[in-house]
Design a protein around this ligand. Structure first.
Ligand code: NIG
Ligand code: FE
Length: 416
């Protein structure tokens, strides 16, 4: 075998064993190779195994000095593009005003829409780039980014074009989602908006290939399940995948709708009840939980432990956004899922790699296996569990994408 590059000196090489979502107890099954090497050719993994078993040639060799290597993380849920800030909301919430009341009175998400929809594209790119870089430094080599702060059809398209520009400029793989976030105030405008989204926005987004999926925020202060249904149907009809923000504050039935319509993922689930846990567990839909929201808004954590015990496939994301989760580290989201949602370290790694990839409809991310892109992380310690143990420092020493080390992500390059 002839490799472009051999990574050696790996104390532990850790990965999920096979493609496809891992359900229930399978979320605890990792392949851990001690004293490993990883060979890369053409940006892809050529070989991975015990160091002593490598018998090929490599044009270059990098010794990582007895450190652990894990797959590049997949962040399956972010709103990384926004303008303005939500510091006034933060103050209001600290003094006891609920998130939903701020939203109902025209603040919250609405204030971010006002700031974002009026910002020029180059300003949105300038603001979002360091956020994407922060997620990348924290280990995310694949990052979903949603629109949703545009509101008008044109502003939503403009946001998706900004996401495309960010994707072109970043070494990370960016997966764009069209988010239909909050409805207009009057009933007539809501109905007209659903029809415009179905007949104009979704077809145009599909035509320009600006998004891989359509997401709808179903909640008392947002869309109803009945309003979301035609939007999701239109997405499916135009070849786009579907996902939902649902059961965040109340049991609103979005979860059942998502399962019935074959959503890739149902996200949030802080208000999901036992009966709904059982429904997700016997579906193919990934349950994406977002511990940063529970931490920042003080919501009850989504029932991660119960979901896995019931047999569901759980993913974890940052939900990076200015209002409900100003969490700029994908590794920290995994660390929080252990503390807040009751996941084990093994489950958290699977939730942030192979299962998160499945939540985006990807089968070639989040694993270390011959033929897949060589996207991997060199951790700061010899034990991979440092990744999900560490709070407040970066456990990721090097980020490699397609077999290339990202300079701004190395301890030296980032000035760490
Ligand atoms: O995932 N719940 C709705 N949307 C976002 C929050 C957006 C915001 O507060 O700006 C979320 O929590
Ligand atoms: Fe979100």
């Amino acid at each position: 075998m002839k490799a472009d590059l051999l990574i050696r000196g790996i104390s532990q090489l850790v990965t999920a064993e096979s493609p496809g979502p891992k359900h229930g107890a399978a979320m605890r099954q990792l392949r851990i190779i001690e004293h490993a090497s990883l060979a890369v050719s053409d940006g892809k993994i050529l070989w991975a195994g015990p160091e002593s078993d490598w018998s090929g040639d490599a044009a270059a060799v990098v010794d990582v000095g007895r450190r652990a290597v894990v797959p590049g993380l997949v962040d399956p849920h972010t709103h990384a593009v926004w303008a303005g800030d939500r510091l006034a909301d933060f103050d209001a919430r600290i003094s006891g005003v609920p998130y939903e009341r701020i939203l109902a009175s025209g603040g919250g998400i609405w204030s971010t829409i006002r700031a974002t929809a009026s910002a020029p594209a180059d300003e949105l790119i300038r603001l979002a780039k360091p956020r994407i870089d922060a997620l990348l430094r924290s280990g995310a080599t694949t990052i979903e980014v949603k629109s949703g702060y545009g509101f008008s059809l044109d502003a939503e398209i403009a946001m998706l074009q900004v996401i495309r520009a960010l994707s072109d400029a970043s070494p990370a793989r960016i997966v764009p989602t069209l988010l239909i976030h909050v409805p207009p105030k009057s009933a007539a405008d809501r109905a007209a908006c659903v029809s415009d989204v179905c007949q104009t926005l979704v077809p145009e987004v599909a035509r320009q290939k600006l998004a891989a999926a359509v997401d709808v925020f179903i909640e008392k202060e947002a869309w109803s399940a009945a309003e979301a249904e035609p939007i999701l149907a239109s997405a499916r009809q135009h070849g786009l995948a579907i996902k939902l923000h649902t059961e965040q504050f109340h049991r609103v039935g979005g979860l059942e709708l998502g399962l019935r319509m074959g959503a890739l993922s149902v996200d949030h689930l802080e208000a999901c009840v036992a009966e709904q846990v059982a429904l997700i567990a016997c579906s193919k839909t990934v349950a994406t939980i977002l511990p940063g929201v529970s931490l920042h808004l003080g919501l009850p954590p989504a029932p991660g432990r119960a979901l896995i015990d019931a047999g569901a496939a759980v993913a974890v994301g940052t939900d990076l956004n200015p209002g409900s989760s100003p969490l700029f580290s994908t590794a920290t989201a995994l660390a929080l899922s252990i503390r807040l949602n009751g996941l084990t370290a093994q489950e958290a790694l699977v939730a942030g790699t192979v299962n998160a990839a499945c939540a985006l409809g990807l089968d070639d991310a989040g694993r270390l296996e011959p033929g897949l892109p060589a996207d991997f992380l060199v951790l700061d310690g010899s034990d991979w569990r440092e990744l999900v143990y560490t709070l407040g420092a970066n456990p990721v020493r090097e980020v490699w994408i397609r077999g290339v080390s990202i300079p701004s992500c190395t301890a030296e390059g980032s000035g760490r």
